[in-house]
Design a protein around this ligand. Structure first.
Ligand code: SF4
Length: 479
């Protein structure tokens, strides 16, 4: 999971806005951050770590130009080293800078084609390079002296045809404009905004709308599957629906966990979606005849799920854990040991609230189970009478091959353990998962990907491809 942002305006410097917007997307990745702007030449600053580590005042002055793209990275495909920090660029044709969020699943096949047919060799292990070189190779086949906007869309269409997987892409084509497009199944999010300025309209593209709120842009639209928008240098907007699958497969985990609660994706406030998930989850507790005294959330992504559940059960919501906000989300820590340490330092149960109570502890999901087990123990040690562990997500049984750090099957607890075994492992008094049917019922009109719950992948996903992605992830974690 990564975050992307792009700005193309008539006059104002893009870099300060990009970096401020990236701060609002920081929850999507803290392994690396980068910005590239364009003003006659490309200007680049990128490095390992969070935005505050990578960018200093002097960098912002150096990043000149009214157009730019920014990226915050959580490493999945390719290791976490600096070489893989985005954006990337090539100087021919025209000069193209690119950043993406997602994962190209036919990496090996596309890499082979680029090498054998286009004689291009990758510098990194990052799948963005495949998208960039495929796009550049297509563009150089066109008549560059008589360039037309349709050529840009043709090249985006060629990328969509050749690259299977999940990707939202932003690209600056030097002296021409800013391009944004999504994969044919529309798996990863991409939103567009607009702001009136004294010099004319300014446009923004991002993974989530939350950065529009920070930067004063109005949300114009969400991208559908296989859509592309190009803002030319005269600030004209061109858009095409290029190559969409019959059905959309938007990542449902964006609503469960990844996106910020104050973002709006596909005209749905993420917080509101979580309340609905909590209401559905409450029915599962009623079916199991579980009668808790209070509901608490596992901070911070499950607050709204917990509040929806509490409302539906008509019992109080309480804040059972105090959180240390100076440590990042445990899920996006790069290794298991760091994750465990982070959980220990991050959450402290409030004894006076939990002692002697039957508690429903609401989490977004159980992936590896380490966090859940530790939190149940913390609650019991603090005097909780009974702990019922409830999750907004169904059991995560299958690897995600679309750029989320759930690609190693043996790390997914529900992939090889029964519900009863998981209950014993985490040490709770009951385990309540959202049912997949209930989750699906919330998104019938949208069309979502549920592959990590059902094993039904919306793109090509042979056993070989799943195995390759898993192997690559295991190797990159050892780096
Ligand atoms: S497999 Fe799961 S995490 Fe991956 S894109 Fe689909 S819903 Fe999202």
């Amino acid at each position: 999971m990564c975050g992307i942002i792009g700005i193309h305006g008539p006059a104002a410097a893009a870099a300060p806005q990009l970096i401020f917007g990236m701060a609002a997307l920081q929850h999507r990745g803290q392994d690396a951050a980068g910005v590239i702007t364009y003003e006659g030449n490309f200007h680049v600053k990128k490095g390992l770590g969070s935005i505050s580590t990578v960018f200093k005042e002097k960098n912002i002055q150096y990043l000149k130009g009214r157009s730019g793209i920014g990226h915050v990275r959580y490493a999945t495909q390719g290791g976490a080293e600096e070489l893989n920090a985005q954006p990337f660029y090539v100087n021919y044709p025209f000069g193209i800078a690119m950043a993406h969020n997602g994962n190209v699943v036919n990496f090996a096949e596309l890499n082979k084609t680029l090498h054998e047919e286009k004689h291009r060799l990758l510098d990194t292990t990052n799948d963005l390079e495949l998208l960039l070189y495929t796009f550049a190779s297509e563009l150089e086949e066109h008549d560059l002296k008589n360039y037309k906007v349709d050529d840009i869309f043709d090249c985006a269409a060629a990328v969509m045809k050749k690259a299977s997987g999940a990707y939202s892409v932003l690209a600056i084509i030097a002296g021409k404009g800013l391009l944004a497009f999504t994969d044919p199944a529309g798996i990863r999010p991409l939103v567009m905004g607009r702001k009136e300025t004294p010099d004319g309209p300014s446009y923004i593209f991002a993974s989530e709308t939350v950065c529009f709120d920070y930067l004063g842009f109005e949300h114009v639209r969400d991208f559908g599957p296989g859509e592309a928008v190009f803002i030319d240098d005269e600030m004209n907007v061109h858009s095409r629906s290029i190559n969409s699958c019959a059905a959309r497969s938007f990542c449902v985990f964006e609503y469960i966990y990844f996106s910020r609660e104050d973002s709006r994706l596909n005209a749905r406030l993420v917080a509101g979606e979580r309340v609905k998930m909590g209401r559905k989850l409450a029915r599962r507790l009623i079916e199991k005849k579980i009668e808790p005294d209070i509901v608490i959330d596992i901070p911070s992504s499950s607050y709204f799920v917990a509040s929806g559940l509490a409302e539906e059960l008509n019992i109080p919501y309480r804040r059972g854990f105090a959180r240390n906000n100076h440590i990042g989300r445990s899920f996006i820590m790069p290794s298991q040991i760091e994750r465990e340490l982070a959980v220990r330092k991050k959450l402290n149960p409030i004894r006076e609230i939990v002692a002697g109570k039957k508690i429903v502890a609401v989490d977004d999901s159980i992936v590896r189970g380490t966090t859940s087990k530790h939190l149940v123990k913390l609650l019991k040690d603090a005097g909780a009478k009974e702990v019922y562990y409830a999750t907004a997500a169904p059991p995560v049984k299958f690897p995600c091959i679309y750029g989320i750090d759930m690609s190693v099957k043996r790390e997914l607890l529900a992939g090889y353990k029964s519900e009863e075994e998981i209950l014993n492992i985490i040490g709770a008094d009951a385990l309540i998962y959202q049912s997949l049917e209930d989750l699906k019922s919330l998104y019938e009109d949208l069309g979502c990907c549920y592959a990590c719950f059902s094993g039904e992948y919306p793109t090509c996903a042979s056993a070989d491809i799943i195995g390759e992605i898993e192997k690559e992830r295991i190797c990159s974690k050892r780096e």
